[in-house]
Design a protein around this ligand. Sequence first.
Ligand code: EPU
Length: 420
Amino acid sequence: MDKLLIQGGRRLRGSVAVAGSKNACLPIMAAAILADGPLTLHGVPVLEDIRALGDLLEELGLTVRRDGDTLALQVADTEPCHARYDLVRKMRASICVLGPLLGRRGRARVSMPGGCAIGPRPIDLHLRGLEAMGATIELDEGDIVATADRLHGAEIFLGGPFGSTVLGTANVMMAAALAEGTTVIESAACEPEVQDLAACLNAMGARISGAGTPRVTVEGVQSLQGCEHTAIPDRIEAGTFMCAAAITNGQVRIERVRLDHMVAVVDRLRAIGVIVEPADGGAEISSTRRLTAVDATTQPYPGFPTDLQAQLMALLCLADGNSVLTEKIYPDRFLHVAELARMGARIRKEGPTAIVTGAKRLVGAPVMASDLRASAALVLAGLAAEGCTTINRIYHLDRGYQRIEEKLLALGADIRRVAE
Ligand code: EPU
């Protein structure tokens, strides 16, 4: 298992390009199950999660070929419909094959995903949506077994106790694309990744309107064709590099960023005192003074994303005053708190809220990555800390950040990967 060694205290300078969005690519790859022709997807980052879904799709009868950042996906066999536990447990997002399998092949057997480090992650809303379209759903030996002759359109409410569901909306939208009649999803997730999926499905011949709003309408069609699509840039990777520039008092140009997807993030960074300037398809991020404490609450899009909560917390560890961070999506997503404390952070957790009291400095320490975004927060803390930080178990990082240490090295960080 690899680990990262970071010698903190270097100001980051230069330019970094953001990869295509992992969370946009995953459901779009699954959408290839629906198409009668080849799907060519550009902007696909080289990540463990993408590879894991590629393996699963191959088991489900697709051919998956990578050429640079382009993936070519095509159905070769429509018989398989079993997403095995072995593959699903490696990556929870595998659940996004459920809707397409059911919609195109009339049956799906998908291992029920378990919980993960960021808390319990139920899929009741996915199942409720598919049932409303006429699917029969049973649980058999830990697998969800879903069947339907042909799904029919329905009015479906997808709001849950924590708001909308991103992959639930994706699953229902994909199943509805080939259903008989019209489906209306109320309280749909508005995330840019859902919009990107709808754009790709429409390019395949689907008839989806309203994606990006809480009401999405899907008029079912008889068949979908292949298409060519470019994934949106990864707003979470972009936000992570923005925090990296800010925490090192650096000056970084981020290429290929969609600031219109990051309004809440830019709002909080500016409130902290970070300068964020749009610059010709990218953004210039700089910070030259002490940071100011702010409050932030994670919410469904367009609110502040839960996937940047840990990184913002790392930044606020060095801001003057008390910051209050409240997690409204995953109330238990705070495993990074105890690791940041090992580096001198002053954080008190009260239920789904963390109160961060800015410290004058952080100090390097050996720390343990617990999940993808928590790992990114530890990297940020390590960049700013005095001395050496060793981050163990970085396979979490490789699930979601393409060559993060090479990108940071190019910006002037003192960082290297070593085999344990
Ligand atoms: N929820 C339910 N019932 C459901 C589905 C979700 O109660 O049937 C709850 C969840 O427990 C959570 C909230 O609703 O409290 C939102 O969950 P959502 O379904 O939106 O999460 P997801 O679709 O499984 C995606 C991202 C996550 C990201 C969340 C929230 C992908 C592959 N994953 O997960 O990304 O945190 O949306 O924005 O798109 C990451 O990239 O690190 C990551 C975890």
